[in-house]
Ligand binder design. Sequence first.
Ligand SMILES: [Zn+2]
Length: 497
Amino acid sequence: MGGTDIRTTPAEPRLVRPTLLRAFLAGEYLSLGILCFSAAIGLLWLLFGTASPVASAAMITGCCWTAFRAVGGMAGEFRAGWVSACVTAMALLLWLSAVRDVPAWLATSWASPATLALLSSVLFCCDVLDIRHVQNQHITPELRRRRDGLRVVLVVCGLFTLWGVGLPIATELYRQGPPDSASQLERMALPQHIGFRCGEAFVTLCFFILGANIGSFLNVVAWRLPQGRSIVSGDSCCPGCGKSISRRDNVPILGWLWLGGRCRSCQSAISSRYPKVEALTGGIFLLFYFLQLISGGATLPLRTINLYRGVLWTVMFAKWDLIGLYLYHCFMLATVLAAVLMIHDRYRLPRRLQLFTLTLAAISPLLFPTLILIPAFPAIPTGSYSATHAPPACLLFSLAGLTGGAAAGQLFSWFSQRTRMPSEQLLPAGDLKWMFAFVGAVLGWQSAATFLVFALALLLFCRWLTDGSRWGPAWLLAALLLHHATWRLHWIWIPTM
Ligand SMILES: [Zn+2]
């Protein structure tokens, strides 16, 4: 990393000295240690019922605060004194209330542990943000990214523990209350319950990792396809020195953070777009995993929501129709994301990508009729499986979706020209027609129409908010996500006849 830290211009922020950096890193690891310790103690307290959950949370908050303060002090900057003082006072009060009975003066409504915990957590967040701001001014970007990598791992581990261990323990505590509320799951012994929840958390993690890996693939697609290069052969390589990137450094999100955003061999900067796209795709997969898959299809229109929901009943005892719909819709969202990336890079969408995706979307309902949720025309009875899913109805669905979508794309192109947007920001009409036709073929022509309404609303909102240049084509993806997440909700406003 030699040489990269030396800045000569006085305008640059002062970088922290190496000894302070080492102290800062030591503080960072110390804070992790304290965090783990206090979380364990808090859980033990919860488990043995010697303290209220609020008090345990407060203790964890207090420990976190101490650790962060220590780090802030070591980094050589001490600010936000009053905020820290308030947080300390509240954490101490709550800690006190945890080890003995809550004093009468503390039990009044305005100073109840719940109020104090709420306030202290708000103040704590302010404090953390403030320290983070100060720290970020004084450490190198590479170090910051490596620290962020550590935090990503920690957050994932924390969420995993919360789901896998925290949830069963909370259920266990709840079970000590009214016995009649105990369901099948709550009758499990604690170790079994922890094992079961850890399994659930693992499945959820797998879906995020799947999304992040597909995001990694989308980066490759958006980079190579417009240049006419193959997307299946050839390792990913550094754009700077051309050396292929090792498997270890190619881990989505974390690879980039651990490398500090630089190539291992030539130290040239790697764009932060790669981890962002990976995180975004992972996030989209996770969002619809919760909204559409393990909810038993709660966001899907004209479909009875599954009685048995959750990870166990939808993924482990696989409900293939629901999983198929989820994967098919994720494929659509990922394809639109790749297209958005290409349009953002000012490439025209390759003809073979358009043809391939449209063909796939057109024939999929014929091969898997359960992918159709909304019949193309109201005359086709919705309740009758055979009528909705017979080959002529499937063909009608695809054709109506393609033509309706293309018309919606044409309309959108016409409308966006009317918003007096600078001509270089206008999206090519052909690409717009493809995107709407693709959405129409996957979700039905009705969705292409509602997608058009959502996209126009977002376009006008973004035009009103900014000059539009910062948003690019991203609001098209945003409109589609919004449409898909609220599909069942806005569908009930459209008469089905
Ligand atoms: Zn390189």
